[in-house]
Design a protein around this ligand. Structure first.
Ligand SMILES: Cc1cc2nc3c(=O)[nH]c(=O)nc-3n(C[C@H](O)[C@H](O)[C@H](O)COP(=O)(O)O)c2cc1C
Length: 161
């Protein structure tokens, strides 16, 4: 059995919800990415700053990581979609890790659509084998149980396939 890590950033809980279901379903290690200076959780700046940082490719510093991607065979990486792109914390993580020779799969949560998110994520892990993508529309507001079941089924097929 491969060593599997689930890594994610979540501001409002959607990505956290599916990430935890995924880690539990696979019996995998997991870690949530935390910014040194947390992102505003409400108000104008939440969207304005988030949209701006995502569009400009910012890589804000993260708090120390609980696990090293280097120690795993397969890494699942989850992000909310911000301004059609990955959240900046995920960009920081991907730029700071070496994925050469690893299998990587991406999952995203969004209000409308994934936009350019998966294309950008794929380009950030050159040297890795990208084995899958999956997206969910606001799982906490829609069908949280179905989304949890769907991500586990999807991931199990990737890991064993
Ligand atoms: C700064 C910001 C920008 C967003 N931009 C988009 C977008 O471009 N497209 C979209 O479908 N949803 C967008 N959303 C909605 C989130 O992707 C969606 O609510 C997601 O489920 C949040 O995941 P989280 O709860 O794990 O933070 C945006 C949310 C924020 C906070």
């Amino acid at each position: 059995m491969s060593e599997v890590l689930v890594v994610y950033y979540s501001l409002d809980g959607d990505v956290r919800h599916v990430a935890k279901a995924l880690a539990q379903g696979l019996g995998a290690d997991w870690m949530e990415l935390e910014l040194v200076r947390p992102h505003p959780e409400r108000g104008f700046m939440k969207y304005f700053k988030g949209g701006f940082l995502a569009a400009t490719g910012a890589t804000p510093p993260l708090r120390p990581l609980a696990h090293k991607a280097a120690n795993y065979d397969v890494v699942f990486v989850g992000t909310p979609v911000w301004n059609s792109r990955p959240a900046p914390a995920v960009r920081t993580f991907l730029k700071g890790a070496d994925f050469a020779g690893k299998k990587v799969a991406f999952f995203a949560c969004y209000g409308g659509s994934e936009g350019k998110t998966f294309r950008i994520l794929d380009a950030l892990v050159r040297g890795a084998q990208v084995i899958g993508h999956i997206g969910f529309t606001r799982p906490l507001k829609n069908d949280r149980e179905q989304c949890a079941a769907d991500i586990v089924r999807w991931a199990k097929e990737l890991v064993t396939g």
